[in-house]
Design a binder for this molecule. Structure first.
Ligand SMILES: [Zn+2]
Length: 550
């Protein structure tokens, strides 16, 4: 009898002992989705041994070190659009930060609102729903809030049915807009209160843009640099000129300093308190995108003392933020990723061994191409309207002529020494990758396909060799480095999950940022439409809901 009972119990015991304890808590009270703008996988890895704050905690959770923004258009708006939708930009419709609209002949900002005036901001161009919508469909009392230093980052994370969306508006402090779609606009007061208190305190004590105790390892990296036609002092803090908070230059300096992230996280903590996030019956969502790493990377590159100091400050600010989340004493799940990676200023990258790293003048290349086409086709206006050399739109006003100009432009570009490949919109449209292709195995055409939308994308896609930058700094304050290419340094990002009790589990297999939304949906137990991404079984009990979700 006893033996029979044991036999009956044993499989059950095995089942109960299955590694469910290692998974994220189901239906937590709060999901915190953190995005560090331009946090390239190699940047995360470079400073990993130094982390002691929030980044250490995240790095010691379920850490996917081979995460990918799989698409080619590695910019902020497309990248943010993948994270909580589970869809590639080809589906979100957010193919770039701005695209050329053939109908109006104008550039369209990704979070502009058609018909609502040039300053209006909102998710009108986002073609799909986000985790926030699925949460609210499942439980209307679920709160969805997104906050960022940038409007496009906050709005892409918030989606169409957020309760509140905030972004840093310079002299206005944190701001929002009715077109950004807060479903409870009456609860936007935290921004006013936060900004009033912040600006009042700055009048008596001007804020410290960079921490005073910058780590010695960063100070040791100080070195003057000549990037393009711009000279950087290499000193920390990088901008030594004292500017009063009332000065116009102050907001520019603030953007390019660790203070922006600290303000964003302090404001997020204020919103958690004001809205009682995590204290209701449902699973709330707080999405926070931290912009300073991107601004610092553009202004100073990612390989110098400035980025060293920025990452150290970010680590510390995230540590303080996690302490506030812990103090809620509710089950929560945190995820941190990035909207794209980056490359360093090519001069320093070349010195440090990046093969072929150099700078070309993307604008000069476009000027020369336009001159060639105008002469060849006897045109009076530039047929290429693009401002970025990677994606070109041909507009002559005559569709038949457009095709001939496009073909000639491709031939001319393929003859240029710094052009690796030129893809046409037809080639990109046809390059759907076979289902299940890992992101590191996508062909160049397939990468462009993942961020291609027939109505919004250009006609020609230009691939420059790896480590070649088309950015051309001419004066102090110009960008010296950036991102946007289809190469892996711009596509690879960390994807880090952490929750109280999370196992320290590094995962090497390649995953995608589109896998984040289905994973969080499984954790929250909510239904999703058919997505590009897949639930990550290292984090969530995917099988329980997986079949029902589609
Ligand atoms: Zn970005």
């Amino acid at each position: 009898m006893a033996a029979r009972l044991l036999r009956a119990i044993a499989p059950l015991a095995v089942l109960l002992a299955a590694p469910t304890a290692a998974k994220a808590p189901e239906r937590p009270k709060l999901i915190v989705a953190l995005v560090v703008d331009q946090f390239a996988a190699d940047l995360f890895e470079r400073y990993r041994p130094t982390y002691s704050g929030g980044l250490r905690r995240l790095a010691n959770g379920v850490a996917f070190v081979n995460g990918y923004q799989s698409h080619a258009a590695t910019e902020t708006c497309p990248g943010h659009s993948t994270i909580l939708t589970g869809r590639h930009p080809a589906a979100t419709g957010i193919v770039a930060n701005a695209w050329f609209d053939r109908a109006s002949g104008k550039s369209v900002y990704c979070v502009a609102v058609p018909g609502a005036g040039p300053a209006a901001r909102g998710p009108a161009n986002l073609r799909v729903d986000t985790l926030g919508t699925w949460l609210k469909a499942s439980e209307p009392r679920a709160q969805v809030v997104a906050i960022s230093g940038k409007d496009r980052a906050a709005i892409m994370l918030a989606g169409h049915h957020a309760d509140a969306v905030y972004w840093w508006g310079g002299a206005d402090g944190f701001t929002t807009a009715s077109t950004a779609g807060p479903v409870t606009p009456q609860v936007t007061a935290p921004a006013d209160a936060f900004d009033r208190a912040t600006f009042a305190s700055w009048r008596t004590t001007p804020p410290q843009l960079w921490p005073q105790d910058i780590p010695q390892r960063c100070v040791a990296m100080e070195k003057p640099e000549r990037f393009g036609e711009e000279t950087l002092s290499g000193h920390l803090p990088p901008d030594a000129s004292a500017v009063a908070p009332s000065d116009k230059a102050f907001d520019d300096q603030l953007h390019v300093s660790p203070l922006l992230d600290r303000l964003t996280l302090d404001f997020a903590a204020r919103v958690i308190t004001a809205r009682h996030l995590g204290k209701g019956a449902a699973t709330d969502l707080l999405a926070v995108s931290l912009s300073a790493t991107d601004y610092v990377g553009h202004r100073y590159g990612k390989g110098g003392p400035e980025m060293c100091a920025q990452v150290a400050a970010l680590d510390r600010a995230l540590g303080a933020f996690f302490a506030r989340l812990d103090a809620l004493k509710v089950p929560y799940v945190a995820i941190l990723t990035a909207d794209h990676g980056s490359s360093d200023a090519p001069e320093r990258a070349a010195r440090e061994g990046a093969a072929g790293a150099h700078r070309i003048d993307g604008r000069s290349l476009l000027r020369a191409l336009n001159a060639h086409l105008k002469q060849g086709f006897n045109l009076s206006a530039d047929p290429i309207r693009s401002t970025e050399a990677q994606e070109l739109t041909v507009v002559t006003g005559n569709p038949a002529l457009d095709l001939r100009v496009r073909a000639e432009a491709a031939i001319w570009l393929r003859g240029q020494p710094d052009v690796t490949q030129v893809l046409t919109r037809d080639e990109v449209a046809a390059a759907a990758p076979p289902p299940g292709t890992p992101p590191d195995k996508l062909t160049m055409a397939e990468r462009f396909h993942e961020s291609f939308d027939a109505a919004r994308s250009g006609d020609l896609f230009v691939v420059f060799p790896p480590n070649v930058s088309t950015i051309n700094p001419r004066k102090t304050g110009d960008a010296v480095a950036g991102h946007g290419s289809p190469w892996d340094y711009d596509r690879r990002v960390p994807i880090l999950f952490w929750w109280p009790g999370a196992p320290a589990e590094p995962v090497d297999r390649t995953v995608e940022t589109v896998d984040i939304a289905p994973t969080l949906a499984a954790i929250a137990g909510v239904r999703t439409p058919l997505l590009d991404g897949k639930c990550l079984p290292e984090v969530a009990e995917c099988a329980q809901t997986g079949a029902a979700l589609h």
